[in-house]
Design a protein around this ligand. Sequence first.
Ligand SMILES: Cc1ncc(C[n+]2csc(CCOP(=O)(O)OP(=O)(O)O)c2C)c(N)n1
Length: 371
Amino acid sequence: MASKTKKAQFDVQAQLEQVANQFQTLQILNEEGEVVNESAMPDLSDEQLQELMTRMVYTRILDQRSISLNRQGRLGFYAPTAGQEASQLASQFALEKEDFILPGYRDVPQIIWHGLPLSQAFLFSRGHFQGNQIPEGVNVISPQIIIGAQYIQTAGVALGMKKRGAKAVAITYTGDGGASQGDFYEGINFAGAFKAPAIFVVQNNRFAISTPVEKQSAAKTIAQKAVAAGIPGIQVDGMDPLAVYAAVREARERAINGEGPTLIETLTYRYGPHTMAGDDPTRYRTADLDSEWEKKDPLVRFRKFLENKGIWNEEKENAVIERAKEEIKEAIKIADEAPKQKVTDLMNIMYEELPVNLKEQYEIYAAKESK
Ligand SMILES: Cc1ncc(C[n+]2csc(CCOP(=O)(O)OP(=O)(O)O)c2C)c(N)n1
């Protein structure tokens, strides 16, 4: 006769709720641009606040122009960023130049503001090798296409920094979908075990292409996944630039003080399609959901906040928009002037010494290209 399974001596439901409830959302600026959490307010000067706004406005324009260039056939791969500016740019703004960014494919704005020339970002989009030749002193790698792979690389880069005694951090980004990958867990676990100075950001924009976050995981928050790795996890309002900045700045301080990595979940939304390669968000998102999130827009609330402080106005914003348009025009011109990519270029970059089986192919292409 089958024996009855003995009931566990603890309350499973209570345990799940206890973990999830630890993760309240950090917000400093509400949708009206009012400070609702004075004690968490980061220490930023008026100039810094204006610079952060400048970067967000500029990046919104860059997104619009990139979409249009893509439609004209002048850009290749492009993943829209509108809606995610606070999550992307306030987190980069909390870094120092010596910090290292390992981006995902949607995280091009962060690496541009960390020093990658715009023309190279355009060349990356076109699949041109020069887009991946990161200038010396710019601490970024090319955007990762393999979902989650950058989480493992970040643990390694951060450990390297620790071993060298560098007072710097490695920061990486993935989406809510990425937080379901094995690489995500390996990365945070390894960094936690070695107290590596890493910051792991998950930009939870609610959809992995068309899959809603609710179907992605049974966990109530992504931040709570930090618990299993034994590291701090924090959930922030990803439409609030001040909350994102404060969380990343604090994580950075902990990391360089030898206290190890942090997982940060930013609650955000992408207004556009997943990429420009034919995704139609109306097939999996409602107009109501879109407008609910558009009301939380990071630029709108930050603009209100700065205007109330008397340090932002239409004239300043228009100047940023004009500057962005000019610089984008110039950068695309530079990208257009890049030499036509050759097959031998790819081989030369990939290998210091060509493997035997490619040598023959190399000769064939070299002969063709020299004609
Ligand atoms: C390992 C791997 N599996 C699948 C894909 C195909 N893919 C590209 S984007 C994507 C969804 C990712 O969603 P999320 O991590 O939420 O990031 P978001 O695009 O929303 O920023 C998938 C499955 C991939 N690039 N790599």
